[in-house]
Design a binder for this molecule. Sequence first.
Ligand code: SF4
Length: 231
Amino acid sequence: MAAAAAVASMARTGAKSSKTWAAGLAGLARACGAGRRPDRRDRLDMVILAVLASGRGERTANRWLDALSRRFVDWNEVRVARTRDLTCAVSDVPAENLVKLQTFLQGMYEQVGGLDVTALVSMKPSEARSWLGRIEGLEREAVEAVLLIALGAPTLPAGEGLARVSRRLGLVPRKASRAEAHKLAAKGLAEDDYRAFYSLASEQAAGPCREDKPDCPRCRARTLCKSKGKW
Ligand code: SF4
């Protein structure tokens, strides 16, 4: 079934109203606490924060960014650092996130001859998407996270974590694919809520609500959950 037809079908049978999505977001925020803090970082830091927040949430990304900033002089030093030194600075950061960060820094370095986001942050979303898309190894979810978090564009990254949490909280049908869940979330949420929902859902998915053997007994969103770890 084509994605559009599948979503149309869900709209008839299982799609949730914007009120339900707003209530889902409010419930997640109550259960997990505020997922982000006010933006007081410079532009480069915000772009890097967004790359780190992709699939992990902003609270975790802020913590990692602070730890890296304490340990390294600047982002150029992070760009060329050994993995061992990076993991010493932030012990709980998965290797794949470090690879993603260094890939992004190296890609930017090669594109503009340094670590400078002045041009990027002044681009239209379509131009920025194309610019970021040229960085080899930076996956689509991270590109959209930069647009959403650092550039303030009304886009919702289509991560598997967001889809999984949306299914388990009953916001989309349990059999919805990632693409279908993403379309329903983008439609059901207010654009102003994209960032908060993406961040909280990503944090929840990277924490207790993992794919296999979710940690339901310790999950603070348990009262909202429709699956209780059964699917
Ligand atoms: S109770 Fe379990 S399945 Fe439900 S949201 Fe929490 S961790 Fe996920």
